[in-house]
Design a protein around this ligand. Structure first.
Ligand code: SAM
Ligand code: SF4
Ligand code: SF4
Length: 378
């Protein structure tokens, strides 16, 4: 095991705090809590595995996630029934959108069974939840039809380059770009639409792919979104000089095409939307580093083993699995009790890491232990 792994394992074990508030009482049905900054809870991202068949250097660098790395054993993972039960409780608290992620979610065996269970959930108003999944696309061609049949509405596919050599280098497992493109085409063909494609832009690594990617997806119905390379986790050796600000991405696009700003479609939306002036589609810019969007952040993240994180950059999770299963002397809790615990926990939330990042001295912004992206999902 390399030295670099140790802080992460420590974090996974020590970063847990009980989710049970005191006193514990049942929350009223349909109660939608606001956090300490007045933000509702609307979006739950669920990581279904910490494993991945890619080794993107910005997420799971090979030197850290090597053959000695200890991924979670299966018994530690939330079962599909446990995930669905928690998602139902979250829906009761105002969550309207579920995103399945990972690690690589399509590696979790029979993932379509989980999709089927989640698709059956309803909000307190009787509406289905917005159900989506983020994938690296490697298994999408094989799985798209089964996912659609199970009730998945749409997918987001991560793709960092069109150039095969650059893409193979970035996924670091020599995976060909053609197979991901085939996955995207299959998703479109089975109606998992609208398909979004996420491209993490690293200056000097794939920024020459911005225009080729935009040209490729323009007019296809696929929304391409450019994501600023973020300082998530502790493993990727993040440096500010490798971040290409979204403003620069936009300037490069505008050197070639006419783009007009589009209004946000939803509260708390992460991407700033721009449309091609001739109506041939849209692109998105996710400026997590240069333009913090904590102000209306309504997202919570559930890790593979049932830890709840109220910020992507949190160093502590809240142990929901202990509420589901009971632990030691503590009994398993009812849905109403879990709902009360979550409501109280959300009420205490004041996270705004990205807003603070800019004002923190480098020693602090890089020093705090942060949970890894593949463990809590993007
Ligand atoms: N394996 C799936 C995939 O790649 O789509 C789902 C999990 S992945 C952690 C979710 C998203 O996080 C991907 O779009 C990925 O590009 C993004 N991501 C991972 N590390 C990142 C980083 N350091 N900065 C910005 N985005 C990152
Ligand atoms: Fe895997 Fe997704 Fe992370 Fe790449 S970004 S290593 S595909 S989990
Ligand atoms: Fe939300 Fe935390 Fe990201 Fe801010 S830094 S937008 S609070 S996840």
């Amino acid at each position: 095991m390399t030295d670099a792994v140790i802080p992460l394992l420590d974090l996974r074990q020590a970063g847990r705090i009980p989710a049970i508030p005191s006193p514990l009482s049942a929350a009223p049905a349909g109660h939608s809590p606001l956090d300490a900054r007045g933000r509702p809870l609307r979006d739950l991202r669920i990581s279904v595995t910490d494993r991945c068949n890619f080794r993107c250097s910005y997420c799971m660098p090979k030197e850290v996630f090597d053959k000695h790395y200890q991924f979670l054993p299966h018994r530690e993972l939330l079962s599909f029934e446990e995930i669905t039960r928690l998602a139902g409780v979250f829906a009761g608290l105002g969550v309207q959108k579920l995103r399945i992620t990972g690690g690589e979610p399509l590696l979790r065996r029979n993932i379509e069974a989980l999709i089927g269970q989640l698709a059956a959930l309803r909000t307190p108003q009787g509406q289905p939840l917005d159900l989506t999944l983020t994938t690296n696309g490697s298994l999408l061609a094989r799985k798209a039809q089964a996912l659609k049949d199970a009730g998945l509405q749409r997918v987001t596919v991560s793709l960092d380059a069109l150039d095969d050599a650059i893409f193979r280098r970035m996924n670091d497992v020599d995976f060909p770009v053609a197979d991901v493109l085939h996955g995207i085409d299959t998703a479109l063909a089975v109606g998992l639409a609208p398909v979004k494609v996420n491209m993490v832009v690293k200056r000097g690594t794939n920024d020459d792919q911005i225009l080729p990617m935009a040209r490729h997806f323009r007019g296809t119905g696929v929304t391409l979104r450019f994501i600023e390379y973020m300082d998530v986790g502790m493993s990727n050796g993040w440096r500010m000089d490798e971040v290409l600000p979204s403003s620069e991405v936009l300037a490069r696009l505008r050197s070639e095409v006419d783009l007009v700003p589009l209004a946000p479609t939803a509260e708390g939306e992460t991407a700033t939307r721009w449309g091609y002036a001739d109506g041939s589609g849209e692109i998105g810019l996710i400026s997590s580093v240069t333009q913090a969007f904590c102000g209306d952040c309504n997202r919570a993240r559930l890790s593979t083993e049932g830890q709840l994180y109220t910020c992507l950059f949190a160093s502590q999770g809240h142990d929901l699995r202990a509420l589901l299963r009971g632990q030691g002397e503590l009994p398993a809790r009812s849905d109403a009790e879990i709902s009360a615990a979550l409501g109280a926990l959300w009420g205490r939330r004041s996270d705004r890491y990205s807003e603070l990042r800019a004002s923190l001295p480098p020693s602090e912004s890089g020093g705090a232990r942060r949970v890894e992206m593949h463990y809590i999902g993007g």
